[in-house]
Each structure stands twice: as structure tokens, then as C-alpha cells.
Design a protein. Structure first.
Length: 119
């Protein structure tokens, strides 16, 4: 049953990711793929928060592995990075890479800190 629930939560995360991707298409003047960027930062924050809240193992699995696993997207992120290189947009590649990992790690720390305060 636990595996099924992780899958259900992953599906919910994937739907949220899809909605962010669609929203990002409406803002085509933005230079980097903001939909993917936002869900990856949000996922980093949420995983940090869930970890620090010391949720029981099942709930943590549903939310972190399930929802956040479906929400975040490493494969899409890497494909978008590849496209930026392929289009010779090296400055945008560097910005997107640095922002995603730098702010993603920072968001994880903020989530952990907030979780410690709340628990």
C-alpha cells in the first residue's frame, strides 16, 4: 500500500510541475525555463522542511519521495541545460545552472531551518 501511496503523491507532484510548465510558456519573454526552475527550488525547500519536521517515515516517503519526486525534474532540467548549450547561449546556461544549484541548496537550508523552528 505504501508504494501505491508514494505513486499517488508523485502523480500529484507531476500535475503541479505540469501546471508550472504551462504557466512558464505564457511568459516566453523570460530567458530561462522558469517553470522548471521554480519547481526545483520549491522541491528543495519542501524536502528540507519535511526532513526537519521529523515526519514519520511513511508520511515523509509520501511527501518527499512521492510528491517532491514527482514535482522536481532533473531530467527536464538537464535537457534544458543541453538546449541552452546547443543554442550557444552560454551565459544563460551558466546563469540557469548557478541559480538552480545555488538557490536550490539555499532553499533546502531554509526549509530545514524553518522545520527546526516549527518542530
Amino acid at each position: 500500500m505504501k508504494v501505491v501511496l508514494v505513486g499517488v503523491f508523485a502523480g500529484l507532484g507531476a500535475v503541479v510541475r505540469y501546471l508550472f510548465s504551462q504557466l512558464s510558456l505564457k511568459f516566453t519573454s523570460w530567458k530561462i525555463p522558469w517553470g522548471t526552475y521554480i519547481v526545483n527550488i520549491l522541491g528543495s525547500f519542501l524536502i528540507g522542511l519535511f526532513f526537519a519536521l521529523h515526519l514519520n517515515n511513511d508520511l515523509y516517503s509520501y511527501l518527499a519521495a512521492g510528491f517532491c519526486g514527482g514535482l522536481t525534474t532533473f531530467s527536464t532540467y538537464n535537457f534544458e541545460l543541453f538546449n541552452l548549450i546547443d543554442q550557444k547561449k552560454y551565459k544563460l546556461f551558466t546563469q540557469y545552472f548557478a541559480l538552480s544549484y545555488g538557490i536550490g541548496t539555499f532553499a533546502l537550508f531554509i526549509g530545514v531551518s524553518l522545520g527546526k523552528i516549527l518542530s
